[in-house]
Design a protein around this ligand. Sequence first.
Ligand code: PGA
Length: 253
Amino acid sequence: MRKKIVAGNWKMNLTLGQAEQLINDILQAGLRLKDGQEVVMATPFPYLLKAKSLLKNTPGFYLGAQNSASEKSGAYTGEVSAEMLQSVGVDYVILGHSERREYFQESNATLAKKIDLALANGLKPIFCCGEPLEVRKAETQNEYVAKQLEESLYHLTEEQLKNVVIAYEPIWAIGTGLTASAAQAQDMHAFIRAQIAAKYGREAALRTSILYGGSAKPSNAEELFACPDVDGGLIGGASLVAADFLAIIQKLG
Ligand code: PGA
């Protein structure tokens, strides 16, 4: 059975003190995750080591980074490599978030390189895809997302794909308060799974966790997570508030 995951994407928020407080508040709630459920906290780079030390004894809780470099090592000032992330105990890395694509010009081809390096260093990529509003309005979102999958993931082997999580994040729903309806999320998730099945076979598709992201919150998480092809969420704003993040995790069922 595929994993159900709630991943918090903190983006560029919080100081170290606030980060520690948030993790402690979440852990102290003493949530017991069910088999096959995972929680990921994707913190800013400077907090990874501290976060690892806080999270490491809690079963089901994993550490994530929000990006990693498209090159292995060397003269790339300001970049952080997949190998470095692995060496500090990172488990997951968010790749291809729409903010990275938009503000840092990350292309599908660049992301394919990042995915390869992440996997080569034992990290599990959370690969983000999703369409902008004008694409949704033109009703060409399926073609748009299919191309993102094809250009960044389809060079992988079936074995490699086992370590990839996909996050569907319609850009028009990120941080806007607009959420895709459960039906819109389910339609796209089913489409993504069908694409994976066409390329890698049904078993591989059934094994792949596909998360929804975009203004997910306690009030809508239950309906979203109840969709048969929605395997959890990638949570931005609500992951910064312990009570909200905990409530969303509990909606995994
Ligand atoms: P949001 O962000 O939950 O604040 O909309 C989600 C994301 O960008 O991953």
